[in-house]
Design a binder for this molecule. Structure first.
Ligand code: HSE
Length: 312
C-alpha cells in the first residue's frame, strides 16, 4: 500500500466537568485526509483544502497534520504527500485541529506499518495539538481516533485512553455562534483559567465528572447531563461567549439534560435524551437565544460518532 484515505469525526471536549479528560466524537462534521508515499525527494508536504484552509499555516511545525507527520516519520527516509480536506469548522470548539491530527496519526500508522497501539496513536495525534492550542491535550484526538465517549488518563509522558459507547438515546444539539475568535483561540481560552480552585468546587467537579462516566456506563442520559455541571472552567470562560447564560437557560427550558461550552468554545453543546425530549427543539431554542442577544448562530442536531477515524 502506498496511499491511504481516511475520515475523522469532529468532537466535543470536556463535557463540562471533564476538562482535558472527556471527549465525545460527533457525526456533525468530518475532515478527510489522504497520505501517499511518493517517489521523489520532497520529505513531507502538507496541503490543506476546504473549510478555513486559507488560514492554516503551511509550515510543518505550525499545522497539526505536519507536526504529527514529522513526529511519526521521524528518521525514516520516506517522502509523503498529505492532503487534508477540512469539513470541520475551525476555531469553533469542535475539535477541528484534533480531528486532522487524529486522521493523520491513524493514516500514517497504517501506511508506514508502524504498529502503534491505540494509546500510542492518540499520543502521537495529541502532539499535533501543540500547533493549534500550544498544549498537547488529548481529549479531542482521543474521541476522533476512537469514536464514542473517551476518557484520557495522562500525566507527564504517560497516556491511557478508555472508551465507552454512548447510550442510543443520547443526541446532541450544537449551537455555533458566528463570532470573531482571536488567533490562537484555544491558547487564549486556556489563559483565562484559574491557577487554583476552591475546595468545594474541586469536590463538586470530581463528583460531576464521576457522574458523567457513570451515566455513560449505565446508559443514563440524565445522569450524564447533571454531571456536565462545571464550577471551575465555565465561570472563567463564559465571558468569552456573548449570551452564554441565556443560551444555557434556553437549552434547559427546551429539555436539554446537560449543557456546556464545547471544548474551548464558542460552540455550546447540549445533550438530550431523545426518548423523552426533542433535540430539534433544544437546538432551535439555543439558536434563538443567541440571536436574541444579537449573535448570529447556526444550530445543528447530531449524534455521537461510534467509529472514530475510518477509511474513506
Ligand atoms: N480541553 C481543551 C480545552 C479542549 O478546553 O482547552 C480544546 O479544544
Amino acid at each position: 500500500m502506498n496511499k491511504i484515505k481516511v475520515k475523522a469525526p469532529c468532537s466535543s471536549a470536556n463535557l463540562g466537568s471533564g476538562f482535558d479528560v472527556f471527549g465525545l466524537a460527533l457525526e456533525a462534521f468530518h475532515d478527510t485526509l489522504t497520505a501517499e508515499i511518493v517517489d521523489a525527494d520532497i520529505g513531507i508536504t502538507v496541503e490543506y483544502k476546504g473549510l478555513g484552509a486559507e488560514g492554516i499555516p503551511t509550515a510543518l511545525e505550525r499545522n497539526t497534520a505536519g507536526l504529527v507527520a514529522k513526529t511519526l516519520v521521524a528518521n525514516r527516509h520516506v517522502a509523503i504527500k498529505i492532503l487534508v480536506e477540512k469539513g470541520i469548522p475551525l476555531k469553533m470548539g469542535l475539535g477541528s485541529s484534533g480531528a486532522t491530527a487524529a486522521a493523520c496519526a491513524v493514516a500514517l500508522n497504517e501506511l508506514l506499518g508502524l504498529g502503534l497501539s491505540k494509546n500510542e496513536v492518540v499520543k502521537a495525534a495529541a502532539m499535533g495539538e501543540v500547533a493549534a492550542a500550544g498544549a498537547s491535550h488529548a481529549d479531542n484526538v482521543a474521541a476522533s481516533v476512537l469514536g464514542g465517549f473517551t476518557i484520557v488518563q495522562s500525566w507527564g509522558d504517560e497516556l491511557y485512553v478508555a472508551r465507552l459507547d454512548p447510550p442510543r438515546n443520547l443526541e446532541v444539539a450544537l449551537a455555533l455562534p458566528l463570532i470573531e475568535t482571536p488567533e490562537n483561540k484555544t491558547a487564549k481560552a486556556r489563559a483565562v483559567l484559574p491557577r487554583s480552585v476552591g475546595f468545594t468546587d474541586a469536590v463538586a467537579n470530581a463528583r460531576n465528572a464521576a457522574s458523567v462516566v457513570a451515566g455513560f456506563h449505565l446508559g443514563d442520559v440524565e445522569m450524564i447531563g447533571r454531571g456536565m455541571t462545571d464550577l471551575i472552567v465555565e465561570p472563567a470562560r463564559k465571558q468569552l461567549i456573548p449570551g452564554f447564560d441565556s443560551v444555557k437557560k434556553a437549552a434547559f427550558n427546551a429539555g436539554a439534560a446537560g449543557v456546556a461550552i464545547s471544548g474551548a468554545g464558542p460552540a455550546v453543546i447540549a445533550v438530550v435524551d431523545s426518548a423523552k425530549k426533542s433535540t430539534a427543539n433544544v437546538a432551535s431554542a439555543m439558536k434563538e437565544a443567541f440571536e436574541t442577544e444579537g449573535v448570529k448562530c447556526q444550530a445543528r442536531c447530531t449524534k455521537p460518532s461510534l467509529t472514530g477515524v475510518v477509511k474513506a
